[in-house]
Design a protein around this ligand. Structure first.
Ligand code: FEO
Length: 395
């Protein structure tokens, strides 16, 4: 059964909702599924498809095109070569032999390399280039590195629709075409920003600046619902990508026999008593997407680890490596945990976060179960965090 939805006369959503997908990139949990948004734009002379769908959903896209009576495509716009949007383009190119596959030069190169698209079918579009479909004009805006080097946005001039591919999107399977349930969409979009966009924060800011003077009636990303009130998502992205941090500590920890957990609980209470917000994550059960989302605007991260085989617990190192890869705007970091007879847990965790531009606050490591002196040291850590947040004007 097909499910096309008209956005404006001559413009349809022709994508697929993936209610069941639970993992992306063999890494990112998708608790709410996702969608692969594809769009059909029919001018009076020519027809363009903007983005494909994940190859597993090609049948859904083809049903949608069939329902709209599409037997010929003049252009297939590939805004980004990752397989969830472009993995089916080789097949689409075979089914629509007249179609030119267009996108940035880098995208065309990646399509040939990753999806084995015939190199004679691809054609580069330059930044600012336009194509005319007859009463509908597509203008291409190069927006590299959010998150691959190939991304473009497409602006449908007459209808003032900005197609943004991954940018401004969310992994959210929903029957709503537009972001109506704004609380749910905000959370999904923030989590998505954390997982996909946060490592590229300077580019996010640059691209927001680039599109700020466009008149946009609809933002149409390639995952999740569209925005018919674009300010909602544009303001959220400005906030998340800004340099501002919040009076919050992200506290991921792991404990084997309870010593590190006791310290985690004590530190959480000490921070709350001082008016500092805390997001505590037991790494044995943590959804890494929630941890990533918490890192978007917290001023401080404190990682807790026991000592095992002379070093940090692998789950604590995983959290450190994840934070390092996501490059949040965190300003301060510290470490706590326990050890029995030595070990290098703090050194290993410190070495795992070179990308974080943080001031490191002295770690607190307890020998065995934490004792009075260790709790006083945790009080001292909480005092220092509060003092740092006050210096930042956020506490
Ligand atoms: Fe949704 Fe980068 O692909």
């Amino acid at each position: 059964m097909s499910l096309c939805r008209e956005i404006r006369p001559g413009v349809w959503w022709t994508g697929a909702i993936d209610w069941d997908r639970r993992l992306f990139d063999a890494l990112i949990p998708l608790p709410n599924g996702t969608s692969y948004n594809s769009y059909l734009v029919k001018g009076s002379e020519k027809t363009a498809l903007i983005d494909g769908v994940d190859p597993a959903m090609l049948g859904v896209l083809l049903d949608n095109l069939r329902e709209l009576g599409v037997d010929k495509l003049d252009f297939i716009v590939s805004q980004h070569a990752e397989q969830d949007h472009s993995g089916a383009i080789k097949k689409l190119a075979e089914l629509f032999p007249e179609a030119k596959i267009i996108g940035s030069a880098k995208c065309m190169e990646l399509l040939v390399e990753f999806s084995l698209v015939d190199k004679n079918r691809v054609q580069e579009v330059k930044d600012g280039e336009k194509i005319y479909l007859g009463a509908k004009t597509l203008e291409f805006i190069h927006a590299p590195w959010v998150h691959w080097p190939d991304t473009i946005f497409t602006y449908l001039t007459e209808d003032r629709i900005l197609f943004t591919c991954d940018f401004l999107g969310s992994h959210l399977a929903t029957s709503d075409l537009y972001a109506i349930d704004t609380i749910t969409v905000y959370e999904a979009a923030k989590r998505y920003y954390a997982e996909i966009m946060m490592p590229f924060r300077p580019n996010v800011k640059r691209h927001l600046e680039r599109i700020k003077d466009l008149t946009i009636e609809v933002v149409a990303p390639s995952h999740g619902p569209l925005y018919d009130r674009p300010q909602f998502i544009l303001d959220a992205y400005r906030d998340w990508s800004s340099d501002e941090v919040k009076n919050q500590v992200v506290l991921p920890y792991v404990s084997m026999h309870g010593s590190t957990r006791k310290m985690a609980d004590y530190l959480v209470q000490a921070l709350i008593k001082r008016g500092v917000g805390v997001k505590r994550f037991d790494l044995t059960v943590t959804d890494t997407g929630e941890l990533a989302e918490a890192l978007v605007d917290a001023a401080t991260v404190v990682i807790g680890s026991p000592t095992i085989l002379a070093g940090a617990h692998p789950l604590a190192l995983y959290a450190a490596i994840l934070a390092n890869a996501l490059r949040p705007k965190t300003r301060f970091a510290s470490i706590f945990g326990s050890y029995g007879w030595g070990g290098k847990a703090p050194e290993q965790i410190k070495a795992a976060i070179p990308n974080l531009k943080v001031e490191l606050i002295e770690p607190v490591m307890a020998k065995g179960y934490p004792k009075e002196a260790d709790f006083r040291a945790l009080d001292g850590l909480a005092d220092q965090i509060l003092a740092k947040h006050k210096e930042q004007g956020i506490a």
